[in-house]
Design a protein around this ligand. Structure first.
Ligand code: TYD
Ligand code: MG
Length: 470
């Protein structure tokens, strides 16, 4: 007889099935479907439990301001919104080796040195390894309490003894396992169960808990996305392998902003705060070389400045090459067509290469204006102003259209030290005023092209490919 009420639920996305299957059709994950008894009928002869009556409260009333515990690391406190909130749970995601453990041992040491009880539990490294790292960072004297443990029940029982800890770090949630669930550590069910137990502990005790989460190849925190919904804040620690810079971003924050970033530099002595990132980012760039532009983009909900590079060179082929990395090929064709049709930029005899630096993939049409600026700049050998960011959508008529989230783009550009924004005319003129940036409003692509061309010089032996009559 078929079991009544048994359903199969994908532990990753929550899709419900009548029977077990290996792959979830809804989210594409393998081995995430588990049996859950959705509607168990009450046992015969035993009455269903009566609900407990609880008091309802009015909306007005005494509100305790979420008490915060600043880490004393300014770049971190900016991202958390002023410190760790009592009883809250924060998930820190990031690629392996990016510096999550380093950041957290430094945070724990800072709090411990300030007289708070901080506990660091590593499920990945032995106590000796954590000590070794702390020694290298010059933090060995900090009164952080360490353990190498993976059983959530043991951890919670230990945390409940002794003085109330203010900060508990669990590195990482994927290595934790709870007795209540009999699947291997790292599986979705275990990760979810362990996270649930630790969240319950945080809410009951008032300690701030930080969970470290690994990130999969496509940049998502491995394990169930539901963990992201369960915690109060999700931060991601990002950086490029070859560069020393690390950026801490809030992806979600119940108690603070999500558009702030914290910038760090990985040095031999651990992570160092970069309090004025603009200079670093500017010195990173190919300042003043033609064809280089900074695009103020939005990745999901997060503002992100990206460098785009274009190379336009005379072609020796019958059909010139159009190569693009990190952006949409058909959008490039469209921008080239608009440049040709409306701005008199003849690119028929040129190879065109467009590259988005850092291996990023840009999806938004807001990159049109930046791409066009880079292309024209490379074509006429004119460098673009290095303190300016570009964004805006280009329509087929050659007009430059406003794009979403302009204030967020401007805020990020101002934060990173840019002084000017070349952007569409804003219908209401809003957003730009309080960012502190000088705005060059571009109504149509022709005016941008004329501006850039006016500063350019044709390379030796070439005729000028841009008409100067308009
Ligand atoms: P780690 O914090 O272990 O990364 P995660 O926990 O995110 O996996 O950082 C490991 C990397 O950081 C490693 O490649 C070495 C580098 N590192 C330094 O460059 N300087 C340091 O002082 C420390 C501790 C690590
Ligand atoms: Mg680690």
């Amino acid at each position: 007889m078929a079991k009544r009420g048994a359903t199969y639920i994908c532990q990753n996305c929550g899709a419900v099935y009548n029977r077990w299957q290996g792959k979830c059709d809804s989210c594409g994950e393998w081995n995430t479907i588990a049996e859950e008894n959705a509607a168990a009928p009450p046992l015969p002869g035993r009455p269903a439990r009566k609900g407990r009556v609880f008091a309802l409260e009015p909306l007005t009333g005494e509100t305790l301001d979420a008490p915060r515990l600043p880490a004393g690391i300014a770049e971190l406190d900016r991202v958390t919104g002023g410190g760790f909130v009592k009883g809250s749970v924060l998930l820190l995601g990031g690629d392996p080796g990016i510096g999550k453990s380093t950041l957290l041992i430094q945070t724990a040491a800072a709090l411990a040195n300030a007289g708070h009880r901080a506990i660091y539990i590593s499920g990945e490294e032995a106590v000796a390894q954590v000590r070794l790292r702390a020694e290298r960072l010059g933090l060995a004297a900090a009164p952080v309490e360490l353990a190498s443990e993976t059983s959530v029940e043991d951890i919670v029982a230990t945390l409940r003894t002794g003085a109330q800890p203010r900060l508990v770090i669990i590195d990482s949630i994927q290595t934790m396992w709870t007795d209540g669930i009999d699947s291997a550590p790292g599986t979705v069910t275990q990760v979810r169960g362990s996270a649930q137990a630790l969240i319950r502990y945080a809410k009951q005790s008032g300690a701030a808990v930080i969970l470290v989460g690994h990130v999969t190849k496509d940049g998502q925190i491995a394990g169930p996305r539901v963990v992201e919904h369960m915690v109060d804040a999700v931060m991601s620690f990002e950086g490029e392998g070859s560069h020393q810079f690390r950026i801490l971003r809030a992806v979600k924050n119940r108690f603070g902003p999500t558009d702030e970033i914290g910038v760090f530099e990985m040095t031999g002595g651990g992570l160092r705060q970069v309090l004025n990132p603009s200079e670093l980012f500017l010195s990173e760039r190919d300042l003043g070389s033609p064809g280089t532009v900074v695009f103020a983009g939005i990745e999901g909900t997060r503002p992100l400045l990206v460098e785009m590079q274009a190379l336009v060179a005379p072609s020796s082929l019958g059909t010139p090459r159009r190569a693009v990395v990190g952006w949409d090929q058909s959008r490039l064709s469209m921008v080239l067509a608009v440049l040709e049709a409306h701005c008199g930029v003849k690119l028929g005899g040129y190879d065109v290469y467009l590259n988005v630096a850092g291996g990023l993939r840009i999806q938004e049409p807001a990159a049109d204006l930046a791409a066009a600026a880079a292309l024209v700049s490379s074509l006429v050998h004119a460098s673009l102003p290095p303190d300016a960011v570009y964004f805006g959508e280009i329509s087929l008529s050659g007009a430059v259209r406003p794009v979403a989230q302009t204030p967020a783009r401007l805020k990020e550009a101002a934060k990173l030290g840019f002084a000017r924004a070349v952007m569409p005319e804003m219908p209401r003129g809003d957003g730009a005023a309080d960012s502190g940036l000088t705005v060059d409003a571009v109504p149509a692509l022709t005016s941008l092209v004329a501006d850039i061309a006016a500063r350019g010089r044709p390379a030796r032996g070439e005729t000028r490919p841009v008409r100067q009559d308009g």
